[in-house]
Design a protein around this ligand. Structure first.
Ligand code: HEM
Length: 406
């Protein structure tokens, strides 16, 4: 293959992101903004490569020459049962294999279907928030942000009520994989969660086979029996994938929503006066604090891109928080402004792997915001919240807040 004069990325001098330092995770934007303005790419102290600018991020995620990458290996977990499970998921597939899995489940995730769940999602959120509307106190990281996504996914999949606590525990533990590489004890917990979850979902699939309901799992089983080749193992993987992908991410985003209402009371007032601003509020939350540190692709061939030559087989992370604050695409990107007209947050990725659950996450966030804005006039933080270090699906550890009730 012939090359232009592009500089080889492998040997290029790039800004360094100190992601293996705990301190990095408490203020990611200072180093990310600096790096993004210095170069289109940065490298972490562990050698992972990240694209930083929004145009480049979009390109990496949409260009079919960039194929599915090993995101877990990029974070340091390149072997073991969790890694093996991860390889089987839709996110790790490319081309036809990906399309097949994705189209099977997409039918159940149409915007229309999710919209039809909106009243039920609002009711679950109201139930979870009711105690806080009586006492004026809550920690959403322990309550609503943790419970709502898991309850909604459990309901969608038809998980019996009695099993939901265990189910939530396993999916929460599985989420620790995006940071577990740094801690062997956590890794053991993640692996055990996968074993338990596998056993449970296998039994559930068998139960639905003999007695179908009107849930997503039953629908997927019918699709299988109508001639598609989705094996039981694929179905089990898919269910686990949905629970896992839909839980940790939405938990992080719901938590951050409370903190941003507290940090920007004037923006909260604006939306309270005009509830039609709830969808733009949610888009701005998703932009201002992109919850997933990165998604990734791998070059299938040598590629000339953004002034560099990238060798085939290179994993390129798309750094979503950096792209979300790119001044080339967003006016005053470090300010929180619900009246933006330029918001299409990169939070959910782009292209073939664009987040399957984006519509669902949006509805959960919108309905939570509607409840808060109609029942409370202000949200106050008890203390400055700390981000969980090394969690690539970013979230606060604790977030005790008080609510000024109407
Ligand atoms: C605020 C919440 C969420 C965020 C920030 C988020 C973010 C993302 C991102 C960044 C990707 C990768 C996109 C890419 O590589 O181009 C992704 C993929 C995915 N998400 Fe989400 N997500 C959220 C909620 C959900 C929910 C609720 C579900 C479940 C139903 C879900 C299911 C998935 C699946 C299955 C994929 C893989 C899609 C594929 O490979 O084709 N996500 N998400």
């Amino acid at each position: 293959m012939t090359h232009t004069n592009s500089q080889p990325l492998a040997s290029a001098e790039l800004p360094v992101l100190a992601m293996s330092d705990e301190a990095f995770w408490q203020d990611i934007y200072t180093p990310l903004n600096e790096a993004r303005e210095a170069a289109p790419f940065a490298r972490t102290t562990d050698g992972a490569l990240y694209a930083l600018r929004l145009d480049d991020v979009e390109h990496v995620l949409k260009d079919p020459r960039f194929v599915a990458a090993d995101l877990l290996a990029m974070m340091g977990m390149g072997s073991g049962p969790v890694w093996e499970w991860w390889q089987r998921l839709m996110f790790s597939q490319s081309g036809e294999a990906h399309t097949r899995l994705r189209s099977l489940v997409s039918r159940a995730f149409t915007v229309r279907k999710i919209e039809s769940m909106r009243p039920r999602i609002a009711a679950i959120a109201a139930e979870l928030l009711e105690p806080a509307f009586e006492t004026g106190e809550l920690d959403p990281m322990r309550g609503l942000a943790h419970q709502l996504p898991a309850e909604v996914m459990s309901e969608l999949l038809g998980i019996p009520k009695a099993d939901r606590e265990a189910f939530k525990g396993w999916t929460t533990d599985l989420g620790l994989a995006f940071g577990a590489a740094f801690d062997p004890e956590v890794r053991v917990r993640v692996e055990q969660a996968l074993v338990d979850l596998e056993a449970y979902v296998h039994a559930l699939v068998e139960a639905r086979r003999s007695s179908p309901g009107d849930d997503l799992l039953s629908e997927l089983l019918v699709a299988e029996e109508a001639g598609d080749r989705l094996s039981v193992q694929e179905l089990v993987d898919l269910i686990e994938n949905l629970m896992f992908a839909g839980h940790d991410t939405t938990r992080g985003a719901l938590g951050v929503s409370f903190a941003l209402l507290a940090d920007f009371p004037e923006q909260m007032q604006l939306v309270t006066k005009d509830l039609s601003l709830i969808p733009p509020l949610v888009e701005e939350i998703l932009r201002y604090e992109a919850i997933t540190m990165s998604t990734a692709r791998m070059t299938a061939v040598d590629i000339d891109f953004a002034g560099y030559r990238i060798d085939a087989g290179t994993t390129v992370g798309a750094c979503l928080p950096s792209a979300s604050r790119d001044p080339r695409r967003f006016d005053a990107p470090d300010s929180f402004n619900v009246r933006r007209v330029d918001v299409r947050p990169p939070t959910f990725g782009y292209g073939a792997h664009f987040c399957l659950g984006a519509a669902l996450a949006r509805v959960e966030m919108q309905e939570t915001m509607r409840l808060l804005l109609t029942r409370c006039s202000a949200v106050h933080l008890e203390a400055k919240p700390q981000w969980v270090p090394f969690a690539h699906i970013r979230r606060f550890g604790q977030l005790p807040v008080t609510l000024e009730l109407r």
